[in-house]
Design a protein around this ligand. Structure first.
Ligand code: IPE
Ligand code: IPE
Ligand code: MG
Length: 241
């Protein structure tokens, strides 16, 4: 495949994979059928982003708020996640060769321990990957992530290893799930919604947003290119002139 070139590539792209349910509804299918298709899109776009040279890409797979969905839907999503983990384990050597580092953002405590074991295994097995950081947010909430970081800071203040006045942005960032990774440059949300839905609140402080009505299962490499083209033209000022 011929890859397009871009004058400037975002260092970190975040994707809110939304619209699976509506995609299924349009076809008279159960919502879970949309998640099956969405999982395929995730594999395709994740691979494509890496091939283009995007160094950090984060996919929002399951939010802390998504537990409020019917149990059947939640377990279908978790089953698909488990299938992805199995496949990732089978393709481990290929990922290592490509320099992919897989990381999971979110609170693992509420996730099935069998899945957590696979998540931990994959994170450890790919930890030396230097080319592509592939982050998957599962049981992730931006506010919860910040609370978690703040509690950790408070503990250090309490035991005297940190002075409240000395707390800087770096101290907080090092306690986020994205520790060591750059902030989000480009935030992509398909499905017509224009909100953050508790995703990467701190990390998106200066992100450029790209929205589209396309539903996630219909999202193609061409849509990804379109988002990158839009990003190329943005004038990022960071509060300056
Ligand atoms: C995104 O698609 C997948 C998850 C949130 C897990 P949705 O399931 O939210 O699809 P819509 O928004 O109902 O169409
Ligand atoms: C955001 O989508 C979460 C994920 C894509 C995992 P939602 O469908 O849950 O968001 P809302 O409810 O429309 O804000
Ligand atoms: Mg949705």
């Amino acid at each position: 495949m011929e890859f397009p070139t871009f004058t400037v590539l975002p260092r970190h792209v975040a994707v809110i994979m939304d619209g699976n349910g509506r995609w299924a509804k349009q076809r008279g299918l159960p919502r879970t059928a949309g998640h099956v298709e969405g999982a395929k899109t995730f594999r395709r776009i994740g691979e494509y982003a890496g091939d283009l040279g995007v160094k950090h890409i984060t996919f929002y797979a399951f939010s802390t708020e998504n537990w409020s969905r019917p149990e059947t839907e939640v377990s279908a999503i978790m089953r698909l996640f488990g299938e992805y983990l199995e496949e990732a384990r089978e393709r481990l050597q290929e990922s290592i060769q490509k320099g992919i580092r897989l990381r999971f953002l979110g609170d693992k405590a509420r996730i099935d321990p069998a899945l957590v074991a696979m998540m931990d295994f994959m994170e450890d097995a790919t930890k030396d990957g230097q080319k592509v950081n592939l982050n998957i947010a599962v049981n992730y909430g931006g506010q919860q992530e910040l609370l978690h970081a703040v509690r950790s800071l408070a503990k250090d203040v309490l035991d005297g290893s940190l002075s409240p006045d000395a707390i800087g942005a770096g101290d907080l960032e090092s306690r986020l799930y994205t520790a060591g990774q750059p902030p989000v440059d480009l935030m992509i949300r398909p499905s017509g919604e224009q909100r953050l839905s508790n995703f990467l609140l701190w990390q998106s402080a200066y992100a450029e947003f790209w929205y589209s009505d396309v539903l996630w299962p219909d999202f193609t490499e061409e849509h990804f290119n379109e988002a990158l083209r839009a990003y190329e033209k943005r004038n990022r000022r960071f509060g300056g002139v």
